[in-house]
Design a protein around this ligand. Structure first.
Ligand SMILES: NC(=O)c1ccc[n+]([C@@H]2O[C@H](COP(=O)([O-])OP(=O)(O)OC[C@H]3O[C@@H](n4cnc5c(N)ncnc54)[C@H](OP(=O)(O)O)[C@@H]3O)[C@@H](O)[C@H]2O)c1
Length: 322
């Protein structure tokens, strides 16, 4: 087995490929990278299907990236995950397998894979520590997605072990921000709530019904904080184990909905439909490892939500609904 590289890594002067640059996370990484003197490489999914390993191989051969942020994935909310497990498992395995193996073949120096806090075991101790991965049964509603993401983390570890390359994985908490998917059924909770409140205002409704009981506890981080953290991790972290990134702060879905209600100015009644699943009862990250490296999230939840609510209102006719 070759030695695992441990030294710091600088992005300055590097050819940095952001896979998934039109997505919420990928576009935030591109925004953050513009402050660094590097060449940013992107390719639209209509020109390059990352599921196709031959196309990916040719693209890497032609573009020769030094560094890769893999922010392309099949992503969705509870219902989409529950209803389309084949897509979540097959697409994610295909994307990550082709990009990781092309990165090795074409001598990428540093590679980052993104997991997600929802792939920790459903009953794991909270706050979620990095060491909790694979210690128990998964949340059934997103099992297919979780299995694919765990395979991605394991593949990075396997490349590290077998070939001594600097491939790392990061476990982000729930994110929100500009460029999110606002589809009424397929979106994540923050985008779903923002669009519900704005619609209620537009339609003059005096009641909003939200899925679940409202009791589950969640952590939310602005995607620009996340991108800042990913760039920090890329340059300052190199180890086998994945690393959590989050705020470490939690809020109930009920209180969170009240916060968006205040921001929106809507004055109706919020009801909860408990026939819909809640997902994991509590989900908050243990962020000691990243804090110890010297990084912390900066944006307050209320400030970030106000910004994103205003962004949504301004971009209402052009937001992503898919
Ligand atoms: N959003 C969150 O709350 C959250 C939380 C934790 C972790 N993450 C992780 O962050 C990463 C990005 O998530 P996101 O929220 O930014 O998702 P997103 O907004 O849906 O973006 C996903 C991106 O992947 C691209 N993509 C999907 N399939 C592709 C394919 N076959 N070929 C080429 N490109 C493809 C999409 O391109 P098109 O737009 O052109 O289709 C899109 O740009 C994922 O790995 C996710 O697990 C996200």
């Amino acid at each position: 087995m070759k030695n695992t590289p441990k030294e710091k890594y600088s992005l300055i002067g590097k050819r940095v490929y952001v896979a998934g640059h039109k997505g919420m996370v990928g576009s935030a990484i591109v925004r953050a990278l513009t402050n660094i003197d590097c060449s940013i490489l992107t390719e639209s999914s209509s020109n390059l299907d990352l599921k196709d390993n031959k196309e990916v191989d040719v693209w890497f051969n032609n573009n020769k990236p030094d560094t890769v942020f893999l922010a392309a994935a099949k992503v969705g909310g509870i219902l989409a995950n529950n209803d389309y497990p084949v897509d979540f498992l097959e697409d994610n395995l295909a994307i990550q397998n082709s990009v990781i193996s092309a990165s090795y073949k074409h001598k990428v120096e540093k590679f980052m894979f993104l997991g997600s806090s929802c792939i920790y075991p459903r009953g794991a101790d909270q706050p979620l520590k990095e060491s909790s991965l694979l210690t128990g049964a998964l949340e059934p509603t997103n099992e297919a997605y979780a299995i694919a993401k765990i395979a991605g983390i394991k593949l990075c570890q396997a490349y590290r072990k077998q070939y001594g390359v600097d491939y790392i994985s990061v476990m982000p908490t729930n994110l929100y921000g500009p460029g999110d998917n606002f589809h009424p059924q397929n979106s994540h909770v923050v985008a779903a709530l923002i669009s519900k409140f704005y619609d209620a205002i537009n339609k003059g409704s005096d009641q909003i019904v939200l899925w679940g009981t409202g009791s589950s506890l969640r952590e939310f981080m602005h995607v620009d904080d996340m991108a800042d953290g990913l760039i920090f991790i890329m340059q300052n972290y190199s180890d086998v184990e994945h690393i959590n990134i989050g705020t470490g702060k939690e809020i109930s879905i009920k209180d969170f909905a009240e916060l968006i209600k205040d921001i929106s100015g809507w004055s109706g009644q919020i009801d909860f439909d408990s026939s819909y699943p809640d997902g994991m009862p509590r989900k908050v990250m243990d962020i000691n490892k990243i804090n110890d490296l010297g990084w912390k999230a900066k944006k307050e939840l209320k400030v970030g939500l106000k910004e994103v609510y205003n962004w949504y209102v301004i971009n209402y006719n052009n937001v992503r609904i898919k």
